[in-house]
Design a protein around this ligand. Structure first.
Ligand code: B3K
Ligand code: ZN
Length: 862
């Protein structure tokens, strides 16, 4: 039977709810007994059947008010209980097999420790329960296990513990806050613990505990520091205080996502916790800070106020991503954080929104909910919140958040409830704005302008256009905040005015076309358009190269400078794909790059960004049919020209960077510059450059070491093999670092690349059941080894599909995430289209295709 779709329009409140549940887990690897005692209340007096979800459970017994009953029916994924009381106690005893559970959803074993993952619909793999987020209950949990598992953890506060016979022991946990079952968590294992405390703004002391695999305490400090910073930030910016006496984080190796915000007991992928200078890059440090913050911020946006149904996922995810982005921006560089977020949008979200899985941030139709933890729901969702922030201003937004919590604390609500609180608190009309929640696709904004020197007026005409998407056949105009700045030739900003009245630099677009007129503009201005990426849109404006150079060199906004550089390089590459010139670098671009290299005022990390070309996807987005081979060729040519033109400048710039080996922003900036220099230096295999590579490879800092390894591999440098094997020798026992090695190996561009990757499947550190290992190797290949993944003999597509067929049985969620690079096949040339289609057909014909892959493959083949 094909998997069934669910629709937002069909939402119905529950007939029965569970207000309180007591769970007892008697943990055994292959047969864990779960006793669930629930207080059930009938909400709809005419209902006589209580339907509970349950998957892969062995049912032992059902009791109503303590009496064994047979008055139920079990179906494939539900149990229907016949009921004639308004409130009763329901006892359900089930058995589950954590060892066999490779889906990493429900209760499973990770490296010998028991742990759980219940979002979105994993609680049904633990016991029969109405597994939906609008059933809010208080939980008491008893965990029983062998004493070889010293730590037995669950949500809330520990209220009891003790010894039992046969070398077993137990703990009892009580969570005073009502929560949906997706926030339930249990962990049992042996760990090292980093402890700390945090004193809240009201003076309460909260215990903090970070549980890591034995021997990893030296890699846990950064996560703890990040947690304390997040707790403080949420108090300062939103007045939100933590509400339990203890906050626990457990790091596990087998995890499908980055982390999970279970109430009081976050479970993290170890890769998003563990870091020290030797083993983690500066980017890893940043990721850890942002994910620790993200999960902490969920305590209010997600846990205290949760989602009514899963279609509302962006209610908590879009908002929480926005909050974690602002947290990182306040802690570090606002511009760099914005650049990173916009890269994600342009590289991944735009592609998703123009492909077969296009969906609004509040989807309307879902087969497998796990397929909707997407860049659209998360990152475009965060952009939508950011636009609300822009429209309301800082104070209006804060008033909206305050009202949202005042109205909805302890409830399961909708995106509409959130937007209503925002508009009610601020008085800003968000009626048209709400369409962002229901409309998919990337809006296209076309801008034209006109300057009249005699009247000194400048007019800007902006049109919004909404291309149709796979999921929607009609589109409406959106309310788009369009930020601008007008610069003179030196980068000075013109005041915006009309009729003597100041005009805000945020223009409100609501119709298909608007013309804005600005007076007192003394010379043809250079417009900075969609400043700070004020709306998640594509922009069409016919920039002159000289205008872009003015912005890159003179704009005050660091983001705008980077953005103009991206536009400049993208335009250059796009033009070259069509004309195939012998030389790409014109004199003015050479001058610009040289100026950037020597400019000592530019912040270092920004300088590094300004010296990189746009991502493949950013360039590909410029074409209806993506000319893969041409883009690769031109990018390669462009980079080689930069590398040889500036080879001495890069070496000089490199030598200016002192080696600090620390975590300060300055040190991070220096490493970023050294990395970009080495990237170009490695392309010119000369002895002076090679010396730099060899020296930096000896560093004790992973950012430095990985930069060398990456530069050597992608340039097929003569030192590549030596570096790879030295790295492997040194780190073979530490899997998280070996993930970096796997990822770099997947970028090799020489010899039989497919065979090389197949051989890596056999490497002692590789484990197909571990999502980190698989993603490190395979995503790196499919996303970044573009030439070989898209090889015209189809071998790259086949390699991925072979793996998906295996993973379909082992871990469908992971399989479904890895299929992304095959989804956009309609935008490729006909040869590749056919090759991918034939692989998708292999998948669709599998007898046991999981709902996860089914939903994607069927959409892709439509
Ligand atoms: N809420 C979790 C993600 C759950 C994934 C379910 N497949 C992590 C987060 O967004 O914070
Ligand atoms: Zn989240």
């Amino acid at each position: 039977m094909a998997a069934q779709a669910k629709y937002l329009k069909d939402y119905q409140p529950v007939d029965f709810t569970i207000d309180d549940i007591s769970l007892t887990f008697d943990l055994f690897e292959q047969s864990t007994r779960v006793v669930a005692v629930s207080k059930v209340t009938r909400l709809n007096s005419s209902a006589t059947q209580f339907v509970l979800d349950g998957v892969e459970l062995t049912l032992v017994e059902v009791k109503i008010n303590g009496q064994k009953t047979e008055s139920y029916q079990c179906h494939a994924e539900t149990m229907t209980l016949n009921v004639d009381e308004d409130s009763f106690e329901l006892t359900i005893i089930t058995e589950i097999n954590p060892l066999k559970n490779t889906s990493l959803e429900g209760l499973y074993l990770s490296g010998g420790a028991y742990c759980t993952q219940c979002e979105a619909e994993g609680f049904r793999k633990i016991t029969y329960f109405p597994d939906r987020p609008d059933v809010l209950a208080t939980y008491e949990v008893k965990v029983i296990a062998d004493c070889s598992f010293p730590f037995l953890l669950s949500n809330g506060n520990k209220v009891e513990e003790g010894e039992l016979a046969d070398g077993r022991h137990f703990t009892v946990w009580k969570d005073p806050y009502k929560k949906p079952c997706y926030l339930f968590a249990l962990v049992a294992g042996d760990f090292d613990v980093l402890k700390d405390t945090f004193i809240t703004q009201s003076g309460r002391t909260v215990e903090l505990a970070l549980f890591v695999d034995k021997g990893n305490l030296d890699k846990s400090e950064h996560a703890m520091t990040s947690l304390k910073q997040a707790m403080k930030w949420d108090e300062e910016v939103y007045g939100l205080e933590y509400d339990l006496d203890i906050y626990m984080i457990v790091a596990v190796d087998f995890f499908n996502m980055g982390a999970m915000e279970n109430k009081g007991l976050n479970i993290f992928n170890s890769k998003c916790v563990l870091a020290n200078q030797e083993t983690a890059t500066d980017k890893d440090y940043h990721t850890i800070e942002s994910i620790i913050g993200h999960e902490y911020f969920h305590n209010w946006t997600g846990n205290r106020v949760t989602c009514r149904d899963w279609f509302q996922l962006s209610l908590k995810e879009g908002l929480t991503v926005f909050r974690d982005q602002e947290f990182s921006a306040d802690l570090g560089s606002r511009a760099l954080n914005r650049i990173a977020a916009v890269k994600v949008m342009r590289t991944h979200q735009f592609a998703e929104d123009s492909g077969p899985m296009s969906h609004p941030i509040r989807p309307e139709k879902v087969i497998e909910m796990n397929n909707f933890y997407t860049v659209t729901v998360y990152d475009k969702g965060a952009e939508v919140i950011r636009m609300i922030h822009t429209l309301l201003g800082k104070n209006g937004f804060r008033a909206g958040m305050d009202l949202y919590f005042a109205r909805h604390d302890g409830q399961a609500v909708t995106c509409n409830d959130f937007v209503n609180a925002m508009s009610d608190a601020s008085g800003v009309d968000l009626t048209q704005f709400k369409r962002w929640y229901s409309q998919s696709g990337t809006p296209e904004l076309s801008v034209s302008d006109d300057y009249d020197a005699t009247t000194e007026t400048y007019s800007l005409t902006i049109k919004q256009h909404h291309p149709l998407t796979a999921d929607q056949a009609s589109k409406q105009n959106l309310h788009i905040p369009f930020a601008i700045q007008l610069l003179d030739e030196h980068g000075k900003v013109f005041a915006l005015q009309n009729n003597g009245q100041a005009i805000s630099n945020i223009l409100n677009l609501t119709d298909s076309e608007h013309t804005f007129v600005f007076e007192d503009i003394s010379q043809t201005p250079t417009p900075v358009l969609l400043e700070d990426f004020s709306a998640p849109c594509l922009l069409n404006y016919d920039y002159q190269t000289s205008q872009l150079i003015t912005i890159v060199k003179h704009a005050h906004s660091e983001f705008s400078r980077w953005d103009a550089q991206q536009t400049l390089f993208t335009q250059l590459i796009k033009g070259a794909v069509l004309t195939k010139p012998n030389k790409l670098l014109s004199a003015d671009v050479v001058q610009l790059i040289q100026d950037i290299i020597v400019d000592e005022k530019i912040e270092k990390e920004l300088k590094a960004e300004l010296l990189k070309l746009p991502t493949f996807e950013t360039i590909a987005a410029q074409f209806k049919t993506v000319p893969i081979d041409d883009i690769l060729l031109i990018v390669e040519q462009f980079e080689s020209e930069i590398a040889s033109e500036f080879s001495e400048s890069f070496i000089a710039l490199y030598r200016q960077q002192a080696d600090h080996g620390a975590i300060s922003a300055e040190a991070v900036g220096q490493r970023a510059i050294k990395s970009v220099c080495l990237y170009y230096i490695a392309k010119v295999d000369v002895s002076e450059g090679n010396e730099l590579l060899i020296n930096q490879f000896k560093s004790n800092n992973m950012t430095d070491v990985l930069a060398v390894l990456h530069a050597a591999v992608v340039s097929s440098h003569s030192l590549m093999h030596s570096f790879l094997s030295q790295f492997e020798q040194k780190w073979q026992k530490y899997v998280l670092v070996m993930d970096k090695w796997l990822a770099v190996n997947a970028l090799i561009k020489q010899g039989d690349v497919i065979k090389h990757i197949q051989q890596l499947y056999q490497h002692p550190c590789f484990d197909i059941a571990n999502p980190n290992r698989v993603r490190a190797l395979v995503n790196s290949f499919t996303f970044f080894n573009t030439a070989f993944f898209h090889a015209k003999d189809g071998s790259g597509y086949q390699l991925l599909t072979d793996l998906l067929i295996q993973l379909n049985e082992i871990n469908p969620q992971n399989a479904s995430r890895l299929i992304t690079p095959l989804m956009g096949w309609k935008r490729l040339d006909t040869v590749r289209q056919e090759l991918i289609q034939s692989q998708l057909k292999r998948l669709v014909s599998l007898p046991n295709l999981s709902p996860d892959l089914y939903e994607k493959v069927v959409n892709a083949l439509k």
